[in-house]
Write a protein that binds this ligand. Sequence first.
Ligand code: HEM
Length: 233
Amino acid sequence: MSSVAAEVTLKRTWGLYEVYIGKKLVMAASGVVLVLYIFGHLAGNLQIYAGPERLNAYAGFLHAHTGLLWVARAVMMAAVGLHVWSSFLLWLDKRRARPIGYVKKDDVPASYASRTMMWSGPIVGAFVVFHILHLTAGGVPGLALREPVEGQYFAYQNVVGGFQHPMVALAYVVAIVLLTMHLYHGLWSMFQSVGISHPRYTPALKRTAHAVSILVAAGYISIPVSVTLGLVK
Ligand code: HEM
């Protein structure tokens, strides 16, 4: 190959690499926004243990700041859109690079979480749609929402009423397990995408991603479980 051809190939490869890294960074940045939402929402939801007045006042506070609420919703929707779009583009890149998969797939051990990324994401997305219909829009048959009266919200009664249906509680637990598996692998790949990957720190980073995901799962799952056990009613 002539030196000019080699230079053109190098530039093209570098350009493709930059585009690839760009997509990874969009995926990581949008993932960070979603993770922050998941932490914040958990902190809000855990107020259920402080009683109905506290959770309902919190819901009332959020709805009283309509402007901020819509800004947060717009940021979330943009993050979800970018996250889904970049994951689709990365999936296409992977397919183009290797249209026929490996014959022997188990020669590199992949964690369960990493192997389930492509389907745990859409299932979590479907759960969020169901969840918004359940607790925000009130469109799930058999799970009627108690509507606000003169600025008084009934988030507590709506959550408890929903989780008193064992199948609803179970569906939430399953969705949250998938969500946190997705979160675990997502956090871990984010560390790698932004270049925080070093043999010395890798075990600590993995442990951090693990611990954070387990705490998030435990926090969310505790709510349907507490209602099912009659500890929150
Ligand atoms: C035990 C688990 C959960 C409980 C008890 C819970 C509770 C709630 C409640 C009460 C609302 C309605 C707030 C209101 O409009 O007054 C809500 C909305 C919402 N939740 Fe959850 N949630 C849970 C899990 C999750 C998870 C795991 C996610 C994310 C993956 C999530 C994402 C959302 C979103 C996006 C909304 C709509 C917020 C808006 O109105 O803009 N929730 N949740």
